[in-house]
Design a protein around this ligand. Sequence first.
Ligand code: ADP
Ligand code: ZN
Length: 529
Amino acid sequence: PAASAPEAAPQALEVLSRVFGYESFRGNQQAIIEHVTGGGDAVVLMPTGGGKSLCYQIPALLRPGTGIVVSPLIALMADQVAALEAVGIRAAYLNSTLEPHEAAAVEQQLLAGELDLLYMAPERLVLPRTRDLLQRAPLALFAIDEAHCVSQWGHDFRPDYMGLAVLAGEFPSVPRMALTATATRATHEEMTQRLRMERAEHFVSSFDRPNIQYRITPKDRPRDQLLTLIRTEHEGEAGIVYCLSRRSVEQTAEWLAARGVPALPYHAGLDATVRHRHQERFLREDGLVMVATIAFGMGIDKPDVRFVAHLDLPKSIEGYYQETGRAGRDGQPSTAWLAFGLQDVVNQRRFIDASEGDDAFKRNARSHLDAMLALCETVTCRRVQLLRYFGQDSQPCGNCDTCLHPPVTWDGTVAAQKLLSAIIRLDREREQRFGAGQVIDVLLGRESERSTRSRHQELSVWGIGQELSDRQWRTVTRQLAARGIVEAVGEYGVLVPGSESGPVLRGEVTVELAEDRAPVQGRARGGSS
Ligand code: ADP
Ligand code: ZN
């Protein structure tokens, strides 16, 4: 029989110190462990590094039978199991990397009740054969890790997670846990419903990661900006650099290596053995920089990653939060740095337009992108905005770029109207649609062969924007694009009036814009500010 909740408490603490060598529980860990050990279902929302693993490992040790851990991360299972075995836990995994006789041996151990924890991927678990096997085994619990993968609208959807709903009906007496570090209200609800966790208790931790300093900076010469960040603040420290494309991953890794930064590439197009070797080196060696696509990182437990840099805009706040969350799991000061420019908006919108999804999918993708853009262009505390996105209220943090160096704002209404007018005139009177560079040429009255040929000088908008520099106009354009006042469309990012342009043109709203900040320097290493 399962231990009841009251007596689980001292036992849990005893296991925590004897097996794992830790003195006390963090955050919600103890409440979760007591609830599940007592036989209840639990939905656990905890930020990356919060300590989710112990929440199912300890109940699995306290309850009779084996704890089944469902995880999408086949590549990490062997490591996870080895780490558990090292502290004397009887753990194993079942996945496609095992030889048939090895799998058979694990199955025998399971049936004999000789395992504390058994890891498997969802595609394995949903096979009738596996469910049959589990029916014959003594089970302590099911822990569904990375449970947000069941969300169709999320950024990591895995169809096999849908099949996990059958556990509710087939194993009614085995407690189930769904765990994730992704926590928008929508994902939370979808997860609960799809995994049939109606009767579960919900444990929602604060998503704040106070030791991470969030900084979003205008993209200028991104690699140079990154190199400056590394050399001035993170020399010799471990970090992850995210790029959108495989090509830019490889080029950036080479570029950094040529400048003395020990950098390795990682993306899904690399040979599996190379990928594995790079991942191993990153985990085991000090001070390596992993340059990667988002294929890298889920489940990676390296406590001393000191910075996460994005050279391209993430698709959503969920993705950004998860990726930056890989910094500073050890609680020490760390940097989340993102360089962001107009071209990012153009690229991301183009990806969405060109994607194969239906209208609902595209609408959803656009709203995710808009929220990310709003975070990039906010003039108030980044952390407040980030946490609000996850449904949590907070106060300005004092440890993000906008708190440390509040941006100077100005009334950009007239500038926005001029830019929109130029776009509209070019379209109506010349039937021309241009990208930002050429529209800005018109605003500045910069003559070129094209402007002469197209008689741009005769347009009423010619040269009406000379109060701002080329650079300032680019800043304005980026901010207006982020707010939907202009839109950059198509392969060349031609500018058209955005969905929010009407009230601006009619003078019904004022447009508050931020001056581009000089790049923010973080705290000097070892210093206090
Ligand atoms: P998550 O899965 O939520 O990202 P992990 O379970 O991998 O987080 O835990 C992150 C790190 O914190 C691990 O190194 C883990 O050993 C450590 N940890 C977890 N709980 C505690 C605790 N109560 N005391 C000390 N360290 C802990
Ligand atoms: Zn702040």
